[in-house]
Design a binder for this molecule. Structure first.
Ligand code: PLP
Length: 353
């Protein structure tokens, strides 16, 4: 598809690349295209970053038909690298299918992102641990009230230069195991990145924050017994030499980082399994001294070691306030591949050309 480009006449001032935080600054341009039922995607364009105009009756504002993705562009000796972007394209389409929204051809998804990243390449930070976060998203745009699938959509991509996701960096975070609210159930939207999932999670997130915890660990929505995932990360535990992560059964988000870690663990010859893991089993392992490492996996933070878990009055401290060896090895290997410093033997990296 032809992409029309309208360059900004008023470039923004660049932020201090040493002090970026997460998701605070946006680049000069954004990518947009529109979908109309019966016509398909059209009017692909890159325009100056700026507000959208929506009619107050626009469906997304009332019924929340919205999905998004999160990925990054990495600088490498003057080149720009994307990491497994087809996985994000596929997940976007799987979210779209669940929310009855329009499918986007994978190559069009990647092309729109690539063209935008190239145009705003001056915004890619090069400091250690920094990258350009890519936020593709889709909203329903039909006007009028009444719950049904929209007949029109807008797909948008914005870019944000980011530093480390957690101010703690690679230091372990404290996680609150939530036993009151739930995030998802089988048959629901847990496996999608739809805005509503996050809206529903804020209450638990702020409860945890009030108690001094960085994030929430969700238990399953039916029995509140099995571990699912952290706010925006999948979760892995090293128990007695084996890495265990909850199986994907519809309520857990299928993370690209999760999948990559499982494949890397396989390559490293470290035993790993995807299975049900109850909070009771975890506590038992902890008491027996067999809970060796705990960490979250996600694009934003890559690997985030968990140093403390709080569950119903009990505090479990893991790894003595330090990152564990397997977590560190995964972090080094994954970021090494993403930044083009290690050989890409699994064919995960795609250069933006
Ligand atoms: C985005 C996200 C993840 C991590 O997925 P990645 O593809 O690894 O970034 C995990 N859980 C939730 C709920 C998420 O939103």
């Amino acid at each position: 598809m032809e992409i029309r480009v309208e360059k900004t006449k008023t470039p923004r001032e660049k932020p201090d690349f040493k002090n970026l935080g997460f998701g605070k600054y946006f680049t000069d341009h954004m990518f947009l295209m529109d979908y109309v039922e019966g016509e398909g995607w059209k009017d692909a364009r890159i325009v100056p970053y700026g507000p959208l105009e929506l009619d107050p009756s626009c469906m997304v504002l009332h019924y929340g038909q919205e999905i998004f993705e999160g990925m990054k562009a990495y600088p490498c000796d003057g080149k720009i690298l994307l990491f497994r972007p087809e996985m994000n394209a596929r997940r976007m389409n799987s979210s779209a299918e669940r929310l009855c929204m329009a499918q986007i051809p994978e190559e069009l998804f990647i092309e729109g992102i690539s063209e935008l990243v190239k145009l705003d390449r001056d915004w890619i930070p090069t400091e250690e641990g920094t990258s350009l976060y890519i936020r593709p998203f889709m909203i329903s745009t039909q006007n009028g009230l009444g719950v049904h699938a929209s007949k029109s959509y807008k797909f948008i991509v914005i870019l944000s230069p980011v530093g480390a996701y957690y101010p703690e960096g690679l230091n372990p975070v404290k996680i609150y195991v939530e036993d009151e609210y739930v995030r998802a159930v089988k048959g629901g939207t847990g496996f999608t990145k739809c805005g509503g999932n996050y809206a529903a999670s804020i209450i638990a997130q702020s409860k945890a924050a009030d108690k001094g915890y960085t994030q929430v660990l969700w238990l399953d929505g039916v029995e509140r017994k099995y571990i699912e995932e952290v706010g925006t990360m999948n979760v892995m535990f090293k128990i007695d030499g084996e890495v265990v992560t909850p199986k994907l059964e519809g309520s857990v988000l299928p993370g690209v980082t999760r999948d990559s870690c499982l494949k890397l663990l396989g390559e490293m010859g470290i035993p790993a399994s995807e299975r049900k893991l109850s909070i009771d089993e975890l506590i038992e392992a902890y008491r027996a001294g067999k809970l060796e490492e705990a960490f979250g996996t996600g694009t934003a933070a890559v690997i985030s070691p968990i140093g403390e878990l709080y569950y119903e009055g009990e505090k479990m401290t893991i790894g003595g306030g330090k990152i564990g060896p397997v977590s560190q090895k995964l972090y080094d290997t994954l970021t090494g591949i993403q930044w083009g410093k290690l050989p890409d033997t699994l064919g995960w990296v795609r250069e933006v050309k």
